[in-house]
Design a protein. Structure first.
Length: 656
C-alpha cells in the first residue's frame, strides 16, 4: 500500500514543475504597450469565455451530482468523486489558459529581442504548464480517491466528472474558435483582401481568443479525460487480472513513471538559432518515450514476473507514434496528399473540397490497421487488461504530448500579436516558423487524441462488460442490432449538430464584420478602431448556446438505451458508436488539416501564391475544414468516451 502513495506525490511534483514553467514564462518581458494591449484583449476574452462556460456547466454538474446521489447502487461517494473530477478538469483548463494567454505576447517579444530559441522556450514553457497540470491533477485525483474510498467502482465517478467537462470544453471551445476563424477569413481574406491577423479585421481578436479556448483548454480537457479514463479502466480490469491490489498499483505506478519521464523530457527541448524547432520538440518526446519504456520493462517484471505486460504497453506507445506520423503524412504540406489538394485548387473550390474529402477518407485506412494490430498484440499478451495497459502506455507521456500540442496555439497567437502590433518582418518570420511547426504538432496531437480515445473507450467498454456480466455481444439479438445502428448513427448526428452550430455562429460573425466595414469606413482606412468586443461576445454567446444539445445527447443516449432495452442493447450502442466514431474523427480531423495546410502551401508561393484564384479556392476549402478539424472531429473523441464512462458508472442500473 505504501508504494501507492508515490502516485499522488509524483502528481504534486508535476504541479510544482508547472509552477516553475509558469514563473519562467511570466519572468519574460511582455514588450511594448501596444503588444500588451492586444495581449490583454486576448487574455480577457479567453478568461471571460471560460468563466461564462463554467457557470453554465455548473448547472449540469449540480443536476448530475443529485442524480448520482439518489441512484441506487451509486450514492454520495460516487457523486463526490464525480464532483472532484469535474473540478480538477476545470482547474487544469483554467491554469493552462492563464499561462498560455500570457505566453503568446512574451513569445513574440522574445523573438524580437533574443531570437528563435528563446521564443521557442517561452512558447513550449507555456504549453508545458497545461501538460503538467493535466497529468498532475489526473493522477492525484484517481490515486487519492482510491486511497480514501478503497473502491475502484466508486472512483469511476471521477472519470465521469472529467468526461463531462471535456465534452462541453471541446464542443464549446470548438464552436467558438471556428465561428471566429470562419468569419475572419471569409470577410477579411476573401472579401476585403486583407492579410490574416490584420488589426483592421473586427474578428481578429475573437479568432486569437478561439485558438486558446479550443486548442489549449479544449484539447487539454480532452486528453485529461483520456488520461483519467485509461487509468480507471486499467485499475478496474487489473484488479481482476492480477487478483487484487497489484492490478491497481501497477497502472498507477506506470502513470507516475510517465509523468516523471515527461518532466525529464521537457528539459531536453532546446533549439538552436536558425535550426528546426520541430527537432527540439521531437527530442523531448523521444526522451520521454524511452524513459517510459525502461520503466514499463521494470514494472512488468516486478508485477507479472515476465514481459507480457511490457509488450502490451509497447503496443500502445507504438500505435501512438505511428498514428502521429500517419497524421503528419496526410496533413503536412511536405507530402503528396496536401500538395495534390493545392494543385486541385487551381480549378476552383469544388475540386478543392472533393480532393480534401478523398484525402480524409483514405487517411482512415492505415491508422485503423495500426490500431487493429496494437489491439491484437495487447490482447494476445495480457487479455483485456493488456488493452487497458496499451491505453495507459500510449497516454503515459501525456504531459509531454500536451505541452508540444499547446505550444502550437501560443506560437500562432504570437504571430498574430506581431502582425497587429506592426513588429519588424524578421519577428514575423520567426513566429511563422514556430507556427508552421505548431500546425504539424496540432495535427499530430489530434491523431494522438483519436488513437488514445479509441483505446481508452475500448478499455472502458471492457470494464463495462465485466461489470454488467456481458460475456459477448450477440448480433443476431434484435436489441443488440438496434443498439448498434443507433450507436453508429450518433457520431453522424453529433457531427451534424456541431457543424451546424459553427455555421450558425459564423453567419452571425460574418454579418457583424460586414456591418462594421460598411458603417465605419475609417476601419479600412486605419483611422477608426474596430469593435473587437462585439465579435468576441458573438462567438462566446453562440458557443455556449449551441453546445448544450450535443453535450446532453452523450449522457442521455446511453442511459435511455440501457434503461429501455437493457445491457445487451447498450453494449451494441457502444460498439456501433466506437466504430463509426473513430472513423469519423480520423476522417474529419485529417481532411480539415489537409485543407488548412494546402492553403498555407499556396500562400508560400505555390500555384500563384496569395491572392491567386487557387488561393481563394484553398481558403474556401480551409473554411469548410475548420469545423471538421477543430470542432466536430475532436469532439467525437469525447462523445465515444463519455458514453462509455456513463455506461460504466450507471452499470448497476443495467445488471444482467
Amino acid at each position: 500500500m505504501e508504494l501507492l502513495f508515490l502516485a499522488p506525490v509524483i502528481g504534486v511534483v508535476a504541479l510544482l514543475v508547472a509552477l516553475i514553467f509558469a514563473k519562467r514564462v511570466i519572468s519574460v518581458d511582455a514588450g511594448t504597450d501596444r503588444m500588451k494591449e492586444i495581449a490583454g484583449y486576448i487574455h480577457e476574452g479567453a478568461m471571460a469565455f471560460l468563466k461564462r462556460e463554467y457557470k453554465m456547466i455548473a448547472i449540469f454538474v449540480a443536476v448530475l451530482f443529485v442524480i448520482l446521489t439518489v441512484t441506487p447502487g451509486l450514492g454520495i461517494t460516487t457523486a463526490i468523486c464525480f464532483l472532484v473530477g469535474a473540478i480538477f478538469s476545470i482547474l487544469a483548463g483554467f491554469f493552462g489558459m492563464q499561462v498560455a494567454t500570457k505566453a503568446n505576447v512574451r513569445t513574440a517579444n522574445a523573438a524580437q529581442t533574443t531570437g528563435m530559441n528563446k521564443a521557442l522556450q517561452v512558447a513550449f514553457s507555456g504549453g508545458a504548464v497545461m501538460g503538467m497540470c493535466v497529468v498532475g491533477l489526473g493522477l492525484i485525483g484517481v490515486s487519492t480517491l482510491y486511497l480514501v474510498f478503497g473502491d475502484v467502482t466508486i472512483v469511476t465517478g471521477f472519470g465521469l466528472g472529467a468526461s463531462s467537462i471535456a465534452l462541453f470544453g471541446r464542443v464549446g471551445g470548438g464552436i467558438y474558435t471556428k465561428a471566429a476563424d470562419v468569419g475572419a477569413d471569409l470577410v477579411g481574406k476573401v472579401e476585403a483582401g486583407i492579410p490574416e491577423d490584420d488589426p483592421r479585421n473586427p474578428a481578429v481578436i475573437a479568432d486569437n481568443v478561439g485558438d486558446n479556448v479550443g486548442d489549449v483548454a479544449g484539447m487539454g480537457s480532452d486528453l485529461f479525460e483520456s488520461y483519467v479514463g485509461s487509468i480507471i479502466s486499467a485499475i478496474t480490469l487489473g484488479s481482476l487480472a492480477l487478483g487484487g491490489f497489484d492490478g491497481i498499483l501497477f497502472p498507477m505506478l506506470l502513470a507516475a513513471s510517465g509523468i516523471f519521464s515527461s518532466i525529464i523530457g521537457s528539459f531536453f527541448v532546446r533549439g538552436k538559432e536558425g535550426g528546426n524547432p520541430q527537432r527540439a520538440l521531437d527530442m523531448g518526446t523521444y526522451v520521454s518515450g524511452i524513459l517510459v519504456m525502461i520503466a514499463a520493462y521494470v514494472l512488468s517484471n516486478y508485477f507479472t514476473g515476465g514481459l507480457s505486460a511490457f509488450i502490451a504497453i509497447i503496443a500502445g506507445l507504438a500505435v501512438g507514434i505511428i498514428i502521429g506520423k500517419l497524421t503528419e503524412y496526410y496533413t503536412s504540406e511536405h507530402y503528396k496528399p496536401v500538395q495534390h489538394i493545392a494543385q486541385q485548387s487551381e480549378t476552383g473550390a469544388a475540386t478543392t473540397i472533393i480532393s480534401g474529402l478523398a484525402v480524409g477518407m483514405k487517411s482512415t485506412m492505415f491508422p485503423i490497421l495500426a490500431m487493429a494490430v496494437a489491439i491484437f498484440v495487447a490482447y494476445s499478451a495480457f487479455g483485456l487488461f493488456g488493452i487497458a495497459l496499451a491505453a495507459v502506455g500510449m497516454l503515459s507521456t501525456c504531459g509531454m504530448t500536451i505541452a508540444v500540442d499547446a505550444y502550437g496555439p501560443i506560437a500562432d497567437n504570437a504571430g498574430g500579436i506581431a502582425e497587429m502590433s506592426e513588429m519588424p518582418a524578421s519577428v514575423r518570420e520567426i513566429t511563422d516558423k514556430l507556427d508552421a511547426v505548431g500546425n504539424t504538432t496540432a495535427a499530430i496531437g489530434k491523431g494522438f487524441a483519436i488513437g488514445s480515445a479509441a483505446l481508452t473507450a475500448l478499455a472502458l467498454f471492457a470494464s463495462y462488460a465485466q461489470t454488467v456480466g456481458l460475456e459477448s455481444i450477440d448480433i443476431l439479438n434484435p436489441n443488440v442490432i438496434i443498439g448498434m445502428f443507433i450507436g453508429g448513427m450518433l457520431p453522424f448526428l453529433f457531427s451534424a449538430l456541431t457543424m451546424e452550430a459553427v455555421g450558425s455562429a459564423a453567419n452571425e460573425m460574418i454579418e457583424e464584420v460586414r456591418r462594421q466595414f460598411r458603417e465605419f469606413p475609417g476601419i479600412m482606412a486605419g483611422t477608426e478602431k474596430p469593435d473587437y468586443a462585439k465579435c468576441v461576445d458573438i462567438s462566446t454567446a453562440a458557443a455556449l448556446r449551441q453546445m448544450i444539445v450535443p453535450g446532453l445527447m452523450a449522457v442521455v443516449a446511453p442511459l435511455a438505451m440501457g434503461l429501455i432495452l437493457g445491457a445487451d442493447a447498450l453494449g451494441g450502442l457502444l460498439a456501433g458508436a466506437l466504430v463509426t466514431g473513430v472513423l469519423m474523427a480520423i476522417f474529419m480531423a485529417n481532411a480539415g488539416g489537409a485543407w488548412d495546410n494546402a492553403k498555407k502551401f499556396i500562400e508560400g508561393g505555390a500555384h500563384g501564391g496569395k491572392g491567386s484564384d487557387a488561393h481563394k479556392a484553398a481558403v474556401v476549402g480551409d473554411t469548410v475544414g475548420d469545423p471538421f478539424k477543430d470542432t466536430s472531429g475532436p469532439s467525437i473523441n469525447i462523445l465515444i468516451k463519455l458514453m462509455t464512462i456513463v455506461s460504466l458508472v450507471f452499470a448497476p442500473l443495467f445488471l444482467i
